[in-house]
Design a protein around this ligand. Structure first.
Ligand SMILES: Cc1cc2nc3c(=O)[nH]c(=O)nc-3n(C[C@H](O)[C@H](O)[C@H](O)COP(=O)(O)OP(=O)(O)OC[C@H]3O[C@@H](n4cnc5c(N)ncnc54)[C@H](O)[C@@H]3O)c2cc1C
Length: 807
């Protein structure tokens, strides 16, 4: 039985993640909390983890949180009195190809933006520290002093022990069998030994998290997969050393290695991975190992034994084949579940020893404050929609992630798993026109249109690729005639009803537009941080459209519904039922006029105006707006009419010089105007004052969410600001998070970059210290690992007065 029948929070699962959540809740002063564990603490993936840790992650926000996890270990050891078995050995990532060497150096530059202490090292340094590495082909490496491994048992018990000391309860050998939300919103938690009531429930059930999700009617996009490591007998070269050898990751060899007593642990991320119990482990699964499948991993093992030849001369003491959970992008699922009040996810974690502390911190903040306290979109459960839990989608994307765990990801690379999946009705026509697609939230979105014949193959590269001239032609066509871009990267919501205006006035920080007009609409959290960069259009007195990013649908809707009044407001997600194109460029009005009998003159349809009109055969909403800096229109139609709209626009637009364009051209065009977009320049960790979105805020409007914080920021100012940089780059452009330097002082970081084709300049948007003066000071920016001169642009290099946009 549980010690009490009512708790503020019940955490389901006593693995490294559940124990960390429990600890962090008590740290925030919530001691009326209970952890329920089916078997013993660590009985899921945790007990047999290699328990290595590092702070490196492709998402810098998550990398920062991983650093937090590592720093926390000394504290929980002290608080609990339980050893965590910390081996802070440091770790080397090896570069054995020129591409990897360049990639590691570029990666090191990104670490500078995060204040990480990594350094680039020579082969000699690696060999001096790691004598069992074979130097064949070794060009150098990256050393991270904050790498090592832990005792998984001790660490989990330290979290739980420290939480207990602060008043938490822990119940073992008692499985949660059912969860029911009671009418007042509380949760009834049925366990093998009886029922209790909780205000909040956290799903930290690891290998069983999908099953626990099903108890409340949700299907989480995670699945267990197998993972092998082996432990050798003593290696004489290591037994003779006075200090422990650092960890070594052979990125080209798919293996990682850490010293284990006087032997080693060698783990494999094989190219041919295997799923295991996709629905979740059986309820009676004990602390058992899966039989090893040496045949399947033999190729990677051979490479491993060649890189570490000393292993050939010693026996294998133990094989471990265990399972842990993966999500499509390899990051965890954390946060509130939309539509299930006070039910929280803390699962899908494949690196519990790097991320467990961070997940606990973020989730405890979220439960206690209603705000995670950092930009955690990269691990937010709401970054996925229901589509991601489809069995094939999940298997294909998780297998792709696993197999590519150590493979270089190039910025221009589009990976094939789970595709094509969501397409618009004109997909095949766009494909026939040369479209090369990327994917946003499962939706195929054109990146550029390759020329005929269609045998063009783009080479993955961190430098400008062979698609560069194609993108240039699309940009120039837009600047001189017109470009046609699929707007399926947008989400659309209709908000209607007698309470719509009052609710939007509270939700959005801008003043609402009059009927037939559109406004840019920052949406803020109570902390004053950004929650959205929407546009709002009033179609009728009580009928509005909100437009935002397609990939944020789940995230936005969770926010909308959290703040929705009980009656008077209806929200409908139109993202897949209404589609369209953005037509922009100096000839766009002529093209539109050729397709409609409506008056589209500047007087009849001014900048930020919108109206319902027939366009070709379609019944469209047309809004006069563009993200290219040119005269432009967003034409939106019922999805079934999108193909007819494409055909009409192509037929009438082509004689005017119009071309279909993709997202790469759009990026170049928007950077020439210095326009930011969500997830790059605008995100949860930035504020209106930093990002420049403050100019769209109606500070004198009463009652909008985040107003007090926004006013405070207006009074005190922000430390950083968003600026446009011109970079003296050679054959590459920045991609994001590269550091910006003023001499030897790091003064900021890049948010996005592209080559501005019509201005002939490599461009970047960046957050820099506000103290950097407007006047041109010599700056430098890392571009693919190399410092290049840069200068601050006081105004956008293209049409700084905005005359063309309003033309
Ligand atoms: C072979 C191997 C090597 C690994 N190497 C590393 C590594 O080097 N570094 C690293 O960071 N990570 C590593 N991992 C991954 C790491 O183990 C996981 O990220 C981590 O253990 C996940 O912890 P968790 O708490 O989310 O899940 P789990 O450890 O699976 O814990 C979930 C717990 O929930 C309990 N539970 C489930 N359902 C219920 C219920 N209904 N009622 C009550 N209790 C329930 C389970 O009994 C279990 O104890 C490795 C894993 C394996 C298998």
């Amino acid at each position: 039985m549980t010690p009490k029948s009512h708790y503020r929070v019940v955490v389901i699962g006593g693995g490294i993640v559940g124990a960390s959540v429990l600890y962090h809740l008590t740290h925030r002063g919530w001691s009326d909390v209970l952890l329920i564990e089916r078997a013993e603490l660590t009985a899921g993936s945790t007990w047999h983890a290699a328990a290595g840790f590092h702070a490196l992650n492709d998402d810098p926000n998550i990398a920062a949180l991983q650093s937090y996890t590592i720093k926390l270990y000394a504290q929980i050891e002290k608080e609990s009195g339980q050893s965590v078995g910390m081996h802070m050995t440091g770790g080397y990532s090896l570069a054995t190809t020129p591409a990897r060497w360049e990639w590691l150096k570029a990666d090191w530059a990104l670490h500078q933006s995060l204040g990480m202490e990594t350094r680039i090292v020579t082969p000699e340094e690696i060999l001096a520290d790691c004598p069992i590495v074979d130097p064949t082909g070794l060009l150098g490496g990256l050393f991270d002093p904050n790498e090592g491994h832990m005792d998984p048992h001790g660490t989990t018990h330290a979290y739980a022990g420290a939480a207990r000391k602060r008043g938490a309860d822990v119940v073992l050998r008692n499985r949660v069998v059912a969860l029911t939300q009671l009418p007042q919103g509380l949760w009834r938690v049925d366990t093998e030994q009886g029922s209790l009531v909780a205000e909040h429930v956290v799903n930290a059930a690891g290998l069983w998290a999908r099953r626990v999700g099903r108890m409340v009617g949700i299907d989480l996009p995670l699945t267990p997969m197998q993972h092998h490591y082996l432990i050798t007998d003593d290696v004489p070269a290591l037994a003779a050393r006075a200090t422990e050898m650092p960890a070594v990751t052979d990125l080209e060899g798919f293996t990682y290695l850490q010293q284990e007593r006087a032997g080693v642990l060698l783990g494999v991320y094989e190219r041919n991975p295997r799923h295991w119990k996709t629905e979740g482990a059986d309820w009676d699964y004990g602390m058992e190992l899966i039989p090893e499948d040496v045949e399947r991993i033999s190729e990677e093992l051979q490479i491993g034994f060649a890189r570490f030849p000393a292993l050939r001369d010693v026996g294998i003491r133990k094989w471990v084949n265990g399972a842990f959970t993966f999500t499509p992008d390899g990051n965890p699922l954390v946060g509130p579940i939309a539509g299930r009040r006070n039910f929280w996810a803390a699962c899908g974690c494949m690196a519990g020893f790097s991320q467990g502390g961070a997940i606990g911190l973020v989730l405890a903040n979220w439960i206690v404050d209603g705000d995670p306290g950092a930009d955690v979109f990269g691990m937010d459960v709401a970054r996925y929609g229901a589509f991601a839990s489809n069995d094939k989608y999940l298997r294909d994307t998780t297998a792709q992630f696993y197999a590519r765990r150590f493979v270089i990801a190039y910025p221009n690379e589009e990976l094939p798993a789970g595709r094509p999946f969501k397409t618009t009705p004109s997909y095949d026509l766009q494909k026939a026109a040369g479209a090369r697609f990327g994917v946003v939230w499962g939706m195929e979105t054109p990146q550029y249109f390759a020329p005929q014949p269609l045998d063009f193959v783009e080479q993955p590269s961190s430098r400008r690729s062979n698609a560069h001239p194609i993108v240039a032609a699309e940009v120039m066509a837009t600047r001189t005639a017109a470009g046609l871009l699929d707007t399926n990267v947008y989400a659309r919501y209709e908000v209607s009803g007698p309470g719509a205006q009052a609710w939007l006035d509270r939700l959005l920080a801008c003043r609402l537009p009059p009927e037939g007009r559109m406004r840019l609409a920052p949406m803020l959290a109570p902390s004053g941080k950004l929650m959205g960069d929407l546009s709002v259009t009033r179609l009728a007195p009580e009928r509005f459209w909100l437009v935002g990013s397609y990939m944020l649908q789940e995230w936005h809707q969770r926010w909308f519904h959290e703040h929705l009044p009980a009656t008077g407001v209806a929200i409908e997600n139109l993202s897949e039922s209404w589609l369209g194109f953005s037509l922009s460029g100096p000839r766009s009005r002529d093209i539109l006029a050729a397709l409609t009998r409506d008056d589209v003159s500047d007087a009849a349809l001014p900048f930020l105006g919108c109206k319902r009109m027939d366009v070709g055969l379609t019944q469209a909403f047309v809004a006069r707006v563009s993200l290219t800096g040119e005269l432009g229109y967003e034409i939106t139609v019922p999805a079934a009419q999108q193909r007819a709209l494409w055909e009409a626009l192509i037929e009438r637009g082509t004689p005017f010089g119009m071309r279909p364009i993709g997202m790469r051209a759009q990026d170049s065009l928007r950077l020439e105007k210095g326009y930011g977009v969500w997830s790059l320049e605008f995100a949860q960790s930035y504020t209106p004052g930093m990002s420049g979105l403050d100019r769209f805020i109606a500070y004198d409007k009463a009652g909008f969410i985040g107003r007090e914080a926004a006013i405070r920021e207006r009074e005190t100012g922000s430390d950083q600001r968003l600026v446009l940089l011109a970079i003296d780059a050679l054959d590459a452009d920045v991609t994001g998070f590269e550091p910006v330097w003023a001499g030897e002082r790091r003064v900021g970081f890049v948010t996005s970059g592209a080559y501005g084709h019509s201005v002939g300049q490599s461009l970047a948007l960046a957050y820099i210290d506000r103290t950097i003066p407007e006047e041109s000071v010599p700056l430098e920016v890392h571009v693919v690992g190399e410092r290049r001169p840069a200068r601050l642009l006081r105004e956008p290099p293209y049409d700084p007065r905005g005359l063309r946009l309003r033309g």
